[in-house]
Design a protein around this ligand. Structure first.
Ligand code: UT7
Length: 320
């Protein structure tokens, strides 16, 4: 019997510290008007200095496990998507595994920056379908506040901290589950969005650098195209999509993607206003927000998509 991977629980972790646009306008040459008009962002959450990426990941994972009605003993795969791991090694996923009390299976990180969760979900889906694992925690967790240049107004206003998680379970093929997934990368654009140092191999501490306007242009084109691919793979039309759950980089990118799909904006889950861009955490945070407030119901067709540094991009189409 072919298997399919079903999301059975979602969870979020957002640090309590809120930083508003006005707060940033007090220390940078920017304004609430500019940030809202160009990005749709009103505020972001920033973690206290002692908080680690694995702490946020564990909090989100525990909530997802509670929602799915499973315990640590039921998990045999942990995939953490992050560009801000606790340490160069070991993988943050192994820290998460230890803190959760999971004692079997595999645990590893995926580095695909803002596309990380879509990459992680796709990889976990493949491992579950292969039969080697049965129940995964797929987590996007980031502390982008630690890699921002707080003097650079072109990037400092855009990002926030947070984590989102799902429990992904292998089931004998039924209606629900992941229907199609596609991943892409084009490393020729690596220098448009990168961190100028940081890993152990360089011995330096890096900060995020981005040519925003060029990234924007590629994002709209790449996302529209990959969304078309997964719909075609699943034999569905844009009109079949109940919810677009996009990476939350910029409200204008979300609106442009929805327009290209001819999807009413009410069908787009938008959290960028209150979370800003949380990189790999943004898709699972948005998913959890819409599941928790009752918008996304079992049986709904959800289209998840993201694009980020690398460039990397991808989409996952699923029946929730
Ligand atoms: O998550 C991974 C993928 N990332 C993305 O998808 C991000 C994609 N890019 C974007 O979202 C947008 O390009 C930004 C929000 C980053 C920038 O918006 P934009 O409309 O493309 O603005 P811009 O970069 O073309 O800058 C317009 C002007 C510039 O001034 P001049 O050269 O026209 O005088 C900037 O210096 O706005 C200026 N500017 C600011 N002004 C006030 C840039 N940042 C700020 C700021 N406050 N924070």
């Amino acid at each position: 019997m072919p298997r399919r991977s079903v999301i059975t629980g979602t969870g979020s972790a957002l640090p309590p510290g809120v930083v508003t646009n006005q707060d940033l306008a007090g220390r940078l040459d920017t304004s609430d008007e500019w940030i809202v008009e160009r990005t749709g962002i009103h505020q972001r959450r920033i973690a206290a200095p002692e908080v680690k990426t694995s702490d946020l990941a564990v909090e989100a994972a525990e909530k997802a496990m509670a929602a799915a009605g499973v315990t640590a003993a039921d998990i045999d795969l942990i995939v953490v998507a992050t560009a801000t791991p606790d340490d160069t090694f070991p993988a943050t996923a192994t820290r998460v595994q230890a803190k959760l009390g999971v004692r079997r299976g595999a645990a590893f990180d995926i580095a695909a920056v803002c596309s990380g969760f879509v990459y992680a979900l796709t990889v976990a889906d493949a491992l579950l379908k292969s039969g080697g694992h049965s129940r995964a925690l797929v987590i996007g967790a980031e502390l982008f506040s630690r890699i921002l240049d707080w003097e650079d107004r072109t990037t400092a206003v855009l990002f926030g901290d947070g984590a989102g998680a799902v429990v992904l379970e292998a089931r004998d093929a039924g209606d629900r589950g992941i229907l199609a997934a596609r991943l892409h990368a084009d490393g020729r654009h690596a220098d448009l969005l990168y961190v100028d140092g940081g890993p152990g191999s360089t011995g330096t501490v890096g900060k995020l650098r981005m040519k925003g306007r060029e990234v924007f242009r590629h994002a709209v084109a790449n996302l529209s195209s990959v969304v078309g691919e997964v719909l075609e793979d699943a034999g569905l039309a844009p009109a079949d999509v109940d919810w677009l759950v996009p990476h939350q980089a910029n409200a204008r990118i979300l609106e442009a993607t929805a327009r290209k799909l001819n999807l009413p904006i009410e069908r787009v889950v938008m959290t960028v206003g209150s979370h800003a861009n949380t990189s790999a955490a943004s898709v699972p945070l948005a998913l959890d927000a819409a599941v928790t407030d009752g918008r996304i119901q079992v049986g709904d067709i959800c289209l998840l998509e993201a694009m980020g540094g690398g460039f990397t991009w991808g989409a996952v189409l699923l029946r929730f």
